[in-house]
Write a protein that binds this ligand. Structure first.
Ligand SMILES: [Zn+2]
Length: 227
């Protein structure tokens, strides 16, 4: 009662276009939902996301739900999720995509969902990892555990002289670390992230996970830029 009165005076706005939502709309309006450019990657085992990592990282499956365009609805959604605390966007996208990914035979063998971690300083500042709610919703839909403790960002020391001696690629490969090689030996891990751009972060994180003996890797992102 109080909530509906509140909504009468302050109706919630769509997180894609800022128009007021009607009573049966949730998080994003029907029009935005229809205008979101979908990739349909999961229907194509040789999709462009897969091709981006070709020859760089051995993977079983790569897909993103949406295309990320500058100034588009998806950019607005990701911005609201990352910088304005709207974690409900991750839940919405995770439930939506998880429901479709359930049908992918290759994803039925997933043993755990592993988010790309934020740098601890950034996590402290933002208060949350923007892929957490996405991962938790996927975990529910795909019926497998979500593990945010496996993959960690490496804390670089202030003395960066050492860094100057390394090439860019070497630095990338020193970005992530894992503490245990036993837990997921011979398992299939699903790495998740918000937006896949060049794929460099996923490649570096994936290479770290590949230190686990006989591990298999798949990747699912909310969005992918075509760049
Ligand atoms: Zn809208």
């Amino acid at each position: 009662m109080i909530k509906s009165l509140f909504n009468l005076f302050f109706p919630p706005a769509c997180l894609g276009c800022s128009q007021f939502l009607s009573e049966n709309e949730h998080v994003i309006c029907t029009q935005c939902r229809h205008e979101i450019p979908l990739t349909n990657h999961h229907l194509d085992s040789e999709n462009v996301a897969m091709m981006k990592l070709y020859g760089r990282l051995p993977v079983e499956h790569v897909s993103a739900l949406m295309y990320f365009h500058k100034k588009g609805i998806v950019q607005e959604l990701i911005h609201n999720l990352k910088y304005r605390g709207h974690q409900e966007i991750g839940t919405l996208i995770g439930n939506w995509y998880g429901n479709e990914l359930k049908e992918c035979a290759i994803l039925k063998t997933i043993d755990a969902i592993i988010p790309i971690p934020l740098h601890p300083k950034r996590l402290h500042k933002r208060g949350y990892n923007q892929v957490s709610t996405f991962g938790l919703a996927l975990s529910e839909q795909l019926n497998c555990p979500y593990d945010e403790n496996l993959l960690k960002r490496v804390q670089h020391s202030k003395t960066q002289t050492f860094k100057n001696l390394l090439s860019r690629n070497e630095i990338k490969s020193h970005t992530f670390r894992i503490d245990t090689l036993e837990k997921y030996q011979n398992k299939h891990l699903l790495m998740i992230d918000d937006v896949m751009t060049t794929g460099a972060t996923l490649e570096a994180a994936g290479k770290t996970l590949l230190e686990i003996p006989d591990v298999k890797i798949s990747i699912v992102c909310m969005a992918m830029s075509e760049r």
